[in-house]
Design a protein around this ligand. Structure first.
Ligand code: GLN
Length: 454
């Protein structure tokens, strides 16, 4: 903990931590020492973590990277963080992220972007997003591991950009209670770590049924670390042919083939699978996620928490809502609230939201059919490119940023677990990640496959 606290201060230039909690860290570290001395050292005992700003942490600022939550200090602890603390973990502070987890570059944060510790010459690169602060902090050695959340790729894409491991568990595996909501039918929290083994240990501490989250599953949590045998003989790995997008970069093709080769060498069988509805995943996601976000973000009204605009004489409650939300939300959040409100409106509900729900069911069925045909895991790239430069994607066209999520959003729509593992470097020396997609509730097997790629 002491060396992480020093590293955290020295690493301020990365913009990863937006709020530091050294007093809490030292107190938790002392308690962890005492537990170790008493011979009771649970899985995460004394492990210094960074916590994404989306998690409510009791009495500690929790702003989801947004000005609208300025000054908000929750009176309660999220289920995930309280489980991690019960397992002995230490909190170093809160980590930067895209505002309300909307983004792929950490550039929509009210704190400004986090920076990728990997560089090419002097070019500053994004760590990805939305869990950009988490990935930068782990890759930059400011903490041992971090929490992330993933609605459409926000754990896996930054993990790939920063050369670390990130797993999005099966929907319902980890409680969402106390995590500031973005799109509730897609959001899942997961660990971001330096190795698959760390991810297995940390996921075990985070996961499990929680009566406070009605979508959390009452399914036992196995020992994920024990699943890391490295034995994948006879397993079937599917390569989805629709993911071979025209214009896919050669370096991405190369690591994809290399990953398949490694799994084959370990005794797995490589087969082609078809996920024909995947091509609709991005438009489906960018209807469903904003629809749910517009509903979830309706609570930020200037009354209950956070920012309230200064009002002029004669302003009524409507002006208070309007001014507060116009000042408190950034451009990307406002765009999503508008899209979401539009697709849910009486005149367009059937044309957009309802149709997206039906396509979502087809996307899920594609995966079910692949798994029913005996496939144990699906191998795909995590991202279409390595980390891009800060500011490079902030064009007038936000769709360019959305295209980054092409390989990751499908499994959120299907509720499946997915993991991003670093597998190599591009010609410029930047990390590239591969993604494995698993059967529901089989994170142990998924981690074991990923372990073979390490
Ligand atoms: N980049 C995606 C979005 O902007 C995914 C974000 C996430 O997973 N939270 O919605």
């Amino acid at each position: 903990t002491m060396s992480c606290l020093t590293a955290m201060d020295a690493g301020d230039g990365l913009g990863a931590f937006v709020h530091k909690t050294p007093e809490i860290a030292l107190e938790q570290a002392r308690a962890a020492d005492a537990r170790i001395k008493a011979g009771d050292a649970p899985a995460m005992c004394g492990i210094p973590l960074g916590i994404k700003d989306l998690f409510c942490t009791k009495d500690v600022p929790s702003q989801a990277g947004s000005n609208i939550l300025a000054g908000f200090r929750p009176q309660y602890e999220s289920t995930v963080t309280s489980r991690l603390f019960d397992a002995g973990a230490v909190m170093l502070g809160k980590l930067n992220m895209d505002e309300f987890a909307m983004g792929s570059s950490n550039e929509s944060s009210c704190y400004g972007p986090a920076v990728n510790p990997w560089r090419v010459d002097d070019r500053e690169l994004t760590p990805g997003g939305s869990s950009g602060g988490s990935a930068a902090a782990v890759a930059g050695d400011l903490c041992i591991a971090a929490t992330g959340t993933d609605t459409g790729g926000s754990i896996r894409q930054p993990a790939a950009f920063c050369g670390i491991v990130g797993i999005k568990p099966t929907y319902g595996r980890v409680s969402r209670w106390g995590i500031i909501a973005y799109a509730s039918s897609l959001d899942q929290a997961g660990p971001m770590t330096k190795s698959v083994r760390d991810a297995a240990i940390m996921l075990g501490a985070m996961a499990g049924h929680d009566p406070k989250d009605s979508t959390s599953a009452d399914i036992p949590v196995p020992d994920f670390e024990a699943a890391l045998t490295g034995d994948i003989r006879g397993k079937k790995i599917g390569i989805p042919k629709e993911y071979r997008l025209p214009g896919l970069r050669p370096e991405i093709e190369r690591i994809w083939d290399q990953g398949a080769e490694m799994l084959r060498d370990a005794g797995a069988e490589i087969v082609e699978v078809s996920l024909p509805h995947s091509k609709y995943a991005l438009p489906t996601y960018y209807i469903i996620a904003p629809a749910e976000a517009s509903s979830n973000l309706a609570r930020y009204d200037g009354v209950r928490y956070g920012h309230r605009a200064k009002l002029a004489a004669g302003d009524g409650i409507t002006e208070m809502y309007e001014k507060t939300r116009a000042e408190g939300f950034g451009a990307e959040v406002q765009r999503r609230v508008m899209i979401g409100t539009y697709v849910l409106s009486a005149g367009f509900y059937d044309a957009y939201y309802n149709r997206a729900r039906r396509v979502r069911a087809l996307i899920k069925r594609d995966f079910e059919q692949a798994f029913a045909a005996g496939v144990d895991a699906i191998l795909a790239p995590a991202t279409p490119t390595p980390a891009f430069g800060l500011g490079e994607m902030q064009t007038a066209n936000p769709v360019e940023m959305y295209l980054n999520d092409v390989f990751t959003v499908t499994l959120n729509l299907a509720g499946l677990p997915g993991i991003s593992v670093p597998v190599g470097l591009d010609p410029e020396g930047l990390p590239l990640g591969l993604q494995l997609i698993g059967r529901p509730w089989e994170e142990g097997a998924l981690l074991n496959h990923a372990h073979v790629l390490e």
